[in-house]
Write a protein that binds this ligand. Structure first.
Ligand code: ASP
Ligand code: MG
Length: 690
């Protein structure tokens, strides 16, 4: 019985590679008679084609490569005689008509291989494919091959791939990459029980591994799928190879010469497993055609490309494949994007979200979750789904992911606890000062909590600690990065330091968006401080009563959160708050307050002028500082900052936070946008995903 082994150009590209090939041939020869079909050494066919076109540049290097292989494979008399034969073959090639020059590459390589096998003691016979394989005449080809082999008792036959004769008695080729086809013809002619195509990749892969590094071997595929892959551009197999093997019922094995025991593909007749088989691509004129073999998911392919910012020129379905065209410049990113979507899909875990508070931030969050869903799934393997929404009066829950407008009456938290799948996330985007009291119930029901509601944190340290304890006991997470500086990664940075036992020496937080905006805009002699406060109030930048901002209430909440995140048990009464305005202004009605504030203008302008005269700017700073005795001093109030201070340069509602710690001589500074619905939603989203 016969075993047909075909080796490609890179498998025989050097003496080292050829030794590998000969080892594999030796192993197979122990199991049966071998037909060894070989390509020309890599690059040879191209060089011969150039030579035929009058460009002799590659000729001498090519001759030298062959000589070098001979010198390395043979010794003594054999070396001399094989060198002479190679030289003679090169001369013959040079004299041959230009159209026939290209056929010599396989003659060179197989002459070498046959001589080496002979020298190694195998009964070897070189077969002249030009006489046996007749182009477009399979029946005649089969008869020729069977006849040539029948009259010979050799153990190993060596046959050039690619080249053939014509019915008219001339010499021709089977087309670029045609050696695979030669091997299939030999196998079919001899009813071989094994047909092995040895190449430089581990079988047919989900994409070309030279273009897509995550490509992986397809262990088994049907003749039909192999034909689709090959005819749409997968170079690993020459498309015409499939037919003779399929007709003769011979499985095609595609293996890697450089890792024989690694991945391989077996092409045989078994039923096709459903789904996408692989991705092939080919250049056609000035565009690239990509084929998703075995897929009909046009929309999915389109959105995979859209995520990579690619719009195909055309996309359509044809004969059970998705086809699309792109410009050559985006071929590789397109292949990678498609491969990621169709072959690298991680096991996706569903995360259900219950949103409480359906104001600006809640709405923006729901919108953002919808908009980013597929990108987030690709990046993280998590599929986020909003399943519950509540405003202050009503709620709505739909585990299918379409909660709609809140309309249900009753207790949202009780409903969430009863319905939520384990691992769901409850998101507090409310302004409620009491909702935090329900967090332990949520934790106990298996929910995690993400909050943007800082009112929940102006609580005694024990309460804060007990919330964390409840989360821990139930294996839940409790995150609230949004409560300070919106999307700025402030709390995360502080707790990272605390986790690694870095000791915080001081924190300066310039985190009042309202006051940063007002103080930044204020010029003595320009618009009055009162006017700017009123403007900020009208723009919704202040609390309903702006005195809560001017009095430092908002900054106080943030400072409590910051300190506790750093491991400091700070209480509200430990913080010395110096309001921006005199104490008496807090006890009057709002209208009267604005009048008083106008009256306060002169003193405010003077203080500002005095600071500016010394090169300072006034900023509202919350600070925490370690004292010599080992305790902490905390304060909130207006401070004069010099140009070297990061807060000096803040623009608009920007925030800055400066953390000094024991490990480093220089502080950690985080500065950037501290406000905005989009920032808040993005921060919540990241708390969910972290
Ligand atoms: N040597 C030929 C080519 O480069 C045939 C083959 O390698 O299959 O196209
Ligand atoms: Mg090939």
């Amino acid at each position: 019985m016969f075993r047909v082994l075909k080796f490609g150009g890179s498998s025989v590209a050097s003496a080292t590679n050829i030794s590998r090939v000969l080892d594999l041939v030796g192993q197979e020869a122990a199991k049966g008679r071998v037909i060894l079909v070989s390509s020309a050494i890599s690059g040879c066919t191209d060089t011969l084609l150039q030579l035929a076109e009058g460009n002799p540049e590659g000729l001498e290097p090519l001759r030298e490569r062959h000589r070098d292989i001979v010198r390395r494979l043979f010794t003594g008399v054999e070396r001399r005689s094989v060198l002479e034969r190679m030289d003679a073959l090169f001369e013959e090639m040079l004299k041959a008509p230009d159209a026939e020059k290209v056929t010599y590459g396989e003659i060179f390589s197989t002459t070498l291989l046959a001589a080496k096998l002979e020298a190694d003691g195998y009964r070897t016979q070189w077969l002249d494919s030009r006489r046996l394989v007749i182009k477009d005449k399979p029946a005649l080809t089969y008869r020729n091959i069977a006849g040539a082999v029948a009259e010979n008792s050799a153990d190993i036959f060596v046959a050039p791939g690619f080249i053939c004769g014509t019915a008219e008695g001339g010499v021709s080729t089977l087309g670029r990459g045609g050696s695979d086809y030669s091997a299939a013809l030999y196998a079919a002619a001899l009813q071989a029980d094994s047909l092995q195509i040895w190449t430089d990749v581990p079988g047919i892969m989900t994409a070309n591994p030279k273009q897509v590094s995550h490509a992986r071997t397809i262990p088994e595929m049907t003749y039909g799928d192999a034909l689709q892959m090959a005819s749409h551009g997968a170079k690993v197999l020459y498309a015409p190879t499939v037919a003779p093997a399929m007709e003769a019922g011979i499985a095609i094995e595609i293996k890697n010469t450089f890792n024989p025991d690694g991945g391989k593909t077996v092409i045989c007749g078994s039923a096709r497993p459903s789904g996408t088989v692989g991705i092939a691509s080919r250049k056609m004129d000035s565009i690239v055609e990509v084929c998703l073999v075995g897929s009909n998911a046009v929309a999915e392919a389109e959105s995979a490309l859209a995520l990579a910012g690619i719009a195909p020129l055309r996309i359509w379905e044809e004969e059970g494949n998705v086809l699309l065209t792109v410009r050559p410049a985006v071929e590789i990113p397109a292949l990678r994007a498609l491969h990621r979507t169709f072959f690298e899909t991680l096991p996706v875990s569903q995360v259900n979200l219950f949103v409480a508070g359906y104001g600006t931030v809640g709405k923006e969050l729901v919108r953002m979750v919808g908009e980013t869903a597929s990108a987030v799934t690709l990046r993280t393997g998590k599929a986020l789904r909003v399943v519950g929404i509540a405003n202050s009066r009503h709620y709505s829950i739909d585990l299918g992911g379409n909660p709609g407008t809140p309309s249900e009456e009753g207790d949202y938290i009780d409903a969430v606890c009863a319905l939520a799948p384990k691992g769901s996330v409850f998101i507090d985007c409310t302004d409620s000062e009491t909702l935090y009291q329900r967090y332990p119930q949520l934790f106990a029901a298996g929910l995690n909590v993400v909050s943007s509601n800082r009112r929940s944190f102006a609580v005694p340290y024990v309460t804060y600690a007990s919330l964390h304890a409840a989360a821990r006991e139930n294996g839940a997470f409790f995150r609230y990065e949004t409560t300070v500086g919106a999307a700025l990664p402030i709390l995360e940075s502080i707790s990272r330091g605390a986790n690694s036992l870095d000791e915080v020496l001081s924190i300066e937080a310039v985190v009042s968006c309202t006051l940063n905006q007002i103080l930044g805009d204020y010029r003595p002699g320009g618009e009055s401080f009162a006017a700017l406060v009123r403007k900020a109030q009208e723009a919704g930048l202040t609390e309903p009563d702006p005195r809560l901002d001017l009095g430092g209430r908002d900054a106080l909440r943030k400072l409590l959160i910051l300190a506790r995140e750093a491991g400091v048990r700070l209480e509200e009464e430990d913080v010395q708050v110096v309001p921006v305005i005199p104490a008496a202004m807090f006890d009057v009605p709002l209208d009267r307050f604005y009048e008083d504030l106008e009256a306060f203008e002169a003193s405010f302008a003077n203080a500002t002028r005095a600071a500016e005269a010394q090169g300072f700017r006034r900023r509202f700073v919350a600070s925490l500082e370690k004292t010599e005795e080992g305790g902490f001093r905390a304060g909130i109030g207006l401070r004069n900052v010099a140009p070297v201070h990061p807060a000096y340069h803040l623009r608009g509602t920007e925030n800055a936070i400066i953390v000094r710690s024991a490990f480093h001589p220089y502080p950690l500074v985080i500065q950037g946008p501290g406000e905005g619905a989009r920032e808040a939603a993005s921060s919540i989203l990241n708390d969910i995903l972290r």
